[in-house]
Design a protein around this ligand. Structure first.
Ligand code: OAD
Length: 236
């Protein structure tokens, strides 16, 4: 790791929220259970059966807002780190939950969208939503039903804020990936972009993935993230 760390980028995936009670995508008991990905996470699936897609995300939103789901120590330490680290810090999450914000993170990009938002298909305006919505829900801008979809990036769609993400990856000194399997492009390539631009790269995960980081730290996010970030703060 370079002696002076001025800029840090952290990428998180479903693994950081697993201990908060939200299932990961690719575990045996994963989120897509009973639903092929094509049915609930593609624009084509939404066209074929919008009701199923609305219901799927309505259930996930209800789960997120239930009392059992709360930020864990990994979310909290990331927020603490952001406030104590004197340099530039960007947190990129693939997660559509709001656990990072609830823990206090501020400079945060939700590259795959947000469960607590919906989008008008006509105007592309984005609205907060905590309740269920579906095909019959009146759009707040069009004032007619049938125009609203979950503000989630589905397979085949462009992730959000890629310019901001690429700029941060190209100029960071340290890149840390937490709880992501590295199966989904483009997030799976972020460590390589950072590496090409001479960043130190680290993976913190329950298991070693196929990606070749400079450092691999194995364990539950709630244990390894606080320790790793404490150490990082001391050497920065
Ligand atoms: P995955 O479900 O593919 O991977 C989760 C990773 O977290 C795995 O490598 C697990 O080993 C690890 N993990 C599980 N529990 C953990 C724990 N307690 N501590 C640390 N690590 C743990 O999830 P993602 O990589 O986030 O996209 O998936 C990427 C994208 O695929 C998602 O954002 C989603 C999905 O398709 C969209 O919804 C657009």
């Amino acid at each position: 790791m370079s002696a002076r760390t001025e800029s840090i980028v952290v990428l998180t995936g479903a693994g950081i929220s697993a201990e908060s009670g939200i299932k990961t995508f690719r575990a045996a008991d994963g989120l897509w259970e009973n639903h092929p990905i094509d049915d609930v996470a593609t624009p084509e699936g939404f066209e074929r059966n919008p009701q199923l897609v609305y219901e799927f995300y309505n259930q996930r939103r209800q789960q997120l807002l239930s009392e059992q789901v709360r930020p864990n120590a990994a979310h909290s330490y990331l927020a603490k780190f952001e406030h104590e680290f004197p340099g530039n810090f960007l947190l990129i999450t693939q997660n559509v939950d709001n656990l990072h914000e609830r823990a206090g993170s501020e400079n945060l990009v939700h590259m795959h969208g947000e469960l607590l938002k919906m989008r008008c298909l006509n105007s592309q305006l984005i609205f907060d939503i905590a309740e269920d919505f579906n095909f019959d829900t009146n759009c707040r801008c069009c004032h007619s039903p049938g125009n609203l979809r979950p503000h989630i990036v589905w397979f085949g769609e462009m992730p959000l804020q890629m310019n901001k993400i690429n700029q941060a990856l190209e100029s960071c000194d340290v890149f840390v990936a937490i709880g992501t399997s590295g199966n989904v492009h483009p997030a799976s390539d972020f460590y390589q972009t950072a590496k090409i631009h001479r960043a130190h790269t680290a993976e913190l995960n329950l298991e070693r993935t196929g990606s070749r980081f400079d450092e691999h730290i194995i364990g539950n996010a709630s244990e390894v993230v606080p320790k790793y970030l404490e150490n990082l703060l001391q050497v920065c």
